[in-house]
Design a protein around this ligand. Structure first.
Ligand code: ASP
Length: 442
């Protein structure tokens, strides 16, 4: 479709919350011609106690439904004011009153909760398109859900590709699409990221820029490590491992369309556009050795340990233990094994009310010599593509934890993974993360 570099720029609600920030987003788009496709969220909070436009829209909907007319009018006025402030500062010619009166009528006609919520992105997209003098593409015409509510990725990709290629440049509101019966449906909260990714795939972009309010992903939780470094790059795979272990990064659904197409994502800060950001890559280039990318972890695990002499020689022993666990609906996370024993690590909450039944079931089926459950375990994942080949990374992790006087209760590493999982006492969780971080972030 193109020879010139092509970028999709998605702006989150915090980047569009007031006229000043909205202007910053416009400047960013206009600074590079290759930013031809723009995806917007609805305006977010301007200050901590403020309300997001999407939340105001849900409130309007609920109040209409409950027959609370005064309440509806008040919430709608707040939306009117938010957009009027933007219009006055950014594009006085924008026909806001007309758009608002259509939306007002649609509330009265009870067009549905998702339709109501989608109007923040719709209006923000219309305004952005007017400011940039870009065509506007309504995702109701190219982002499709199936009857069962699931996202129809291939139909969407075909339609979005055709429409966006014909336009050459466009603003597309995030967060919503349409159902086969033409009603509006939204993704889950934060779903504009998904639309950005859909658009990037559809136009075969070279880069999907996700403009937000942070400099990038942090190597560790800032509530545990003071001022952690921003990751320069992270692979899709590493990202999944980190988010699984509790790091707040991008929603997996928002990564999938670009991941399928092998398009990198660059996380950037609208308020600090010169900061390099974090690049999310399909894979690391051959020969590039990174040590660790990030550290994440969670508390609240229990290890059920079963000991039996010569367990390793008994065919089907692990299966019998796991069968009992499965029958009680427990989804285990890890299973480190030894010669005469195995531990099954699961979230403590999942064992609630089932402990005695599980222990009894395993005793009857597998006849262990000893069985016990240890609670208050925290799991820490040290993630990085280089870990699998880097002997020193592994030894540095163990060394850092033991020098901090912390016992490692269990470890787990699969040959295919780019991470090492450590289990420590919950009380030493934060200390262990700080100790590991200190070694790698020098
Ligand atoms: N506006 C929607 C929300 O607040 C979607 C988004 O911002 O991505 O969840």
């Amino acid at each position: 479709m193109h020879n010139q570099l092509l970028k999709v720029a998605k702006f989150g609600g915090s980047s569009l919350s007031d006229a000043e920030r909205f202007k910053g987003a416009i400047e960013i788009i206009q600074a590079q011609e290759e930013r031809k496709f723009v995806v917007v969220s609805a305006p977010g909070k301007r200050f901590p106690e403020d309300e997001k436009v999407t939340d105001l829209l849900y409130t309007c909907y609920d109040r209409v439904q409950n027959g609370n007319n005064d309440g509806f009018e008040k919430a709608f006025e707040k939306i009117r004011l938010r957009f009027s402030l933007l219009r006055d500062a950014l594009c006085p010619a924008f026909p806001l009153e007309e758009e608002l009166s259509n939306i007002y009528e649609s509330f009265k006609r009870r067009m549905g909760r998702d339709f109501a919520a989608s109007r923040g992105e719709y209006l923000c997209g219309k305004l952005m398109a007017a400011c940039l003098d870009f065509p506007f593409l309504d995702p109701a015409d190219c982002v499709f859900f199936r009857d069962d509510g699931s996202f129809d990725s291939e139909r969407t990709n075909d339609a979005a590709h055709t429409k966006l290629s014909a336009l050459g440049k466009a603003v597309v509101p995030g967060f919503y699409g349409s159902m086969p019966n033409d009603t509006i449906r939204t993704f889950s909260r934060g779903g504009s990221d998904i639309t950005g990714s859909i658009v990037a795939r559809a136009v075969n972009a070279d880069l999907y820029e996700n403009w937000t309010d942070v400099d990038g992903f942090l190597m560790a939780d800032p509530k545990i490590v003071p001022n952690p470094k921003v990751m320069e790059s992270v692979t899709y795979h590493e990202l999944r491992e980190l988010s699984y272990m509790g790091a707040t990064v991008l929603h997996e659904d928002s990564v999938l369309p670009v991941r399928v197409a092998g398009i990198p994502i660059l996380i950037k800060n609208t308020a600090n556009p010169t900061a390099p950001g974090t690049m999310i890559l399909p894979r690391r280039e051959e020969g590039v050795v990174s040590t660790i990318t990030g550290i994440a972890g969670r508390k609240g695990f229990s290890a059920l340990t079963v000991e039996k002499d010569m367990m390793n020689a008994e065919l089907g022993f692990c299966r019998k233990v796991l069968e009992v666990i499965e029958e009680h609906g427990v989804n285990f996370e890890h299973m480190p094994t030894g010669i005469d024993g195995m531990s099954v690590v699961a979230p403590t909450a999942q064992l609630s009310g089932k402990r005695m039944k599980i222990l009894g079931g395993i005793c009857r089926r597998a006849h262990p010599e000893c069985i016990y459950i240890q609670d208050h375990i925290a799991l820490i994942a040290v993630v990085g593509s280089g870990i699998s080949n880097c002997v020193s990374a592994v030894s540095s992790i163990f060394d850092a934890v033991s020098r901090a006087g912390i016992s490692i209760l269990l470890t787990n590493r699969c040959m295919a993974e780019n991470n090492i999982i450590l289990g420590v006492d919950e009380e030493r969780f934060e200390d262990a993360i700080r100790a590991i971080y200190a070694v790698f972030a020098q």
